[in-house]
Design a binder for this molecule. Structure first.
Ligand code: GLN
Length: 480
């Protein structure tokens, strides 16, 4: 595994050029992504052009940042100017945004090289990346298993070392769960910490963009670049970007870790792996205690009501007029709109729009949507209480190991239940980092470390300390 810092050194010492690096990664990505289904588009030509600019800078003696020349993948719901951005949906098959998402601009300004747009569940709805309208994504650790979702392409691509890092988005776990299933690091930032401008909305009060990488430091480097206030996003927190590299490496002696018991109901092998990780934290000097988040059992239904309600509203803009494709065979505009939506939205998306519309309709609003909002407040209180006593909380990311392709796709309830450990974090808006904490039967197991709002730097440091105590992040899937 090559780290961003090491590549950076090679670039400035001219041991390798940015163009050579881009070509090397592109050659591997083209072969590898056809096996894993990780990309919806590959932007090779532009990548080489962008890399040339970096080489010119190096040649002229200009100082370059850590991300300059570093190959990356961007989830296909993040707008890239002039590059098709499909959201994994047929309805946006031909959609080329006329602007960049703020995170993309920030990465370009830092010199990052986009190699392509990562495959995903349609409109980020899913937990397995089987809902992409184009092709499914496979887990590099076992081709018969899912990589998690909805940012499955972004996670699998990092795991297979097709890129050095990627961006995903997390509405109810879509950065953390695929990171866990693919054995990579992923950060879901505090709501408002990273600009959502240019992220195609699924559920606006829950969505956050987050970075994924093979190790904690690389993930932190990317987070430091993409975070910070953005006037283009009205929910952006008026705070500077994180400066994680200043604190990474600090001691965690005396760190108070709470372990909420409600999260420990899954597969025994997963739980045992977590317990070993917690014992490791004790060895590192942390104080580990069991705690409780009493309203946890209501989180999943509240999440699926709120997320679907917001989705039903957000996805109204895809009507065959403003974006993407149109069904031309209709006689009037109303028929055209409904035929377009019926034909080009996938099954899961239509299901969520219907559930959301139902939950928001007169007569049902109070019973479902309003009740879900009340649950959200109770959950927030649970966490406020817990954070009075603990610096961080640690839980599994998913109750199971990466499951087999096809195993859950016909059974929505089982699929949704797999999100039980992740959705609450979005409902309460706090940050959470996913890191590998062991392997079972050759498959990665991840854990999530959760903190108070805006504690990303602390989470990176805690995750980094743990990472340095093992070799999980150094293992590679045997790509056959
Ligand atoms: N699996 C969850 C859902 O389907 C979360 C998805 C996400 O975070 N984008 O809604």
């Amino acid at each position: 595994m090559v780290k961003i810092r090491e590549i950076h050194k090679q670039l400035i010492n001219r041991e390798i050029s940015a163009v050579e690096l881009a070509k090397e990664y592109l050659a591997r990505l083209e072969i590898s992504s056809s096996k894993f289904g990780t990309y919806l588009s590959i932007t090779g030509e532009k990548a080489i052009e962008d890399a040339q600019v970096i080489d010119e800078k190096i040649a002229s003696g200009e100082e370059i940042g850590l991300l300059a020349g570093i190959p990356m993948g961007i989830k296909d719901n993040i707008s890239t100017k002039g590059i098709v951005t499909t959201c994994g949906s047929k309805i946006l098959e031909n959609y080329k945004p006329v602007f960049n998402a703020t995170v993309v601009d920030k990465l370009y300004n830092a010199g990052g090289i986009i190699l392509g747009k990562c495959n995903m569940d349609e409109f980020a709805m899913g937990s397995s990346s089987e809902n992409s309208a184009y092709k499914l994504v496979r887990n590099p650790w076992d081709l018969d298993r899912v990589p998690g979702g909805s940012s499955g392409g972004s996670a699998a691509s990092v795991a297979a070392e097709e890129v050095v890092f990627s961006l995903g988005s997390d509405t109810g776990g879509s950065v953390r769960q695929p990171a866990g299933f693919c054995g990579v690091v992923g950060m879901k930032p505090t709501y408002g910490r990273v600009s959502r401008y240019g992220l195609i909305a699924y559920a606006s009060s829950l969505d956050q963009i987050g970075p994924m990488a093979k190790n904690v430091e690389d993930c932190a480097i990317v987070h430091d670049v993409i975070s910070g206030y953005d006037k283009m996003d009205s929910t952006s927190a008026n705070m500077p970007s994180t400066k994680t590299l200043d604190i990474i490496g600090k001691d965690i002696k005396g760190l108070r870790i709470g372990v909420p018991k409600e999260y420990f109901g899954g597969d025994e092998k997963v739980l045992n792996t977590l317990k070993k990780a917690l014992a490791k934290f004790e060895e590192l000097g942390a104080i580990v205690e069991e705690t409780t988040l009493p309203h946890t059992e209501y989180a999943l239904p509240a999440y699926y009501i709120i997320a679907s309600a917001e989705a039903s509203s957000n996805l109204a803009r895809f009507d065959g007029v403003r974006y993407g494709v149109r069904d031309w065979d209709q006689k009037d505009v109303t028929d055209m709109m409904s035929a377009t939506r019926d034909k080009f939205f996938g099954k899961e998306v239509k299901k969520r729009i219907m559930i959301g519309t139902y939950a928001l309709s007169a007569g049902y609003y109070d019973a479902y949507y309003l009740k879900a909002l009340k649950v959200r407040t109770l959950l927030k209180r649970d966490f406020d209480e817990a954070f009075k006593r603990y610096d961080v909380l640690i839980t599994p990311i998913a109750p199971t190991l990466p499951f087999k392709i096809g195993e859950n796709i016909k059974d929505s309830i089982t699929m949704y239940l797999g999100d039980i450990c992740t959705v609450t974090i979005n409902l309460v808006g706090i940050p959470g980092i996913a890191i590998p904490c062991g392997f079972v039967d050759g498959l990665p197991v991840g854990m999530q470390i959760l903190g108070k709002p805006f504690s990303e730097e602390l989470l990176f440091n805690v995750a980094h300390k743990f990472e340095q105590s093992n070799d999980f992040h150094l293992r590679k899937p045997e790509v056959k």
